[in-house]
Design a binder for this molecule. Sequence first.
Ligand code: GLN
Length: 246
Amino acid sequence: MQTDPLKLRIAHLYPDLLNIYGDMGNVLALERRAMWRDIEVETVRIKAGDSICADDFDLFFAGGGQDNQQIIAANELIRNGAELMRAAQMNKPMLVICGSYQLFGKYYLTGDNQKLRGISILDIHTEAGFKRFIGNVTAVCDFLPVRTIVGFENHSGLTHLGEEVEPLFKIKVGNGNNGLDKTEGARYKNVFGTYLHGPLLPKNPHFCDYLLQLALDVKYKCSIPLLPLNDQIEYYAHESRICAKY
Ligand code: GLN
């Protein structure tokens, strides 16, 4: 039986480069929802030049960024790609959003035809389109206790999924991966890529808890159920963002 205090270490990848639309709020939500349950959290901000060891972390997060920042981040991710892949193979949860979602795939072809090589943890590829997809998104999923997911997208990249990943969510309102196939994001093992900013996790506490639960299960190799929280206000926020058309 687990008697020592529970502890999680989060790697926040390149917050200096990849942090738009309040993506930092995702890390705050993970920290707070863990700490409110007496789970200790230590977040390490990974900067350009740092080396990552997969064993040092229980959960990984990376946010979105524009093309200029993505070029720098792409090189950094490649330097640490083998360790990030090792963490993914160990089933450690990772949430990567928009710009970093694209870079966790095989490649991202920018609007000025630069091919940024990704780290290929996700079997996806992305090419810049001619239109920006901007707006609120309502999606659904089949692996969370609350089916709806809400977020905000702003991207021109069109992402296509290969056979090694499954779509993360199904679009009800919005564009998602490519505006055509109604898929949003991608999942491989416990690696979750999505276009949804928001920040995503404060607006979707059920997804936040899902990631924390995975991190605990993988770290402690047994199921430690998360204590319930008084989070009615968070769920009001979630419901208020569900698109009326849904
Ligand atoms: N540069 C990417 C795109 O527009 C990612 C943007 C983002 O992270 N919001 O497709």
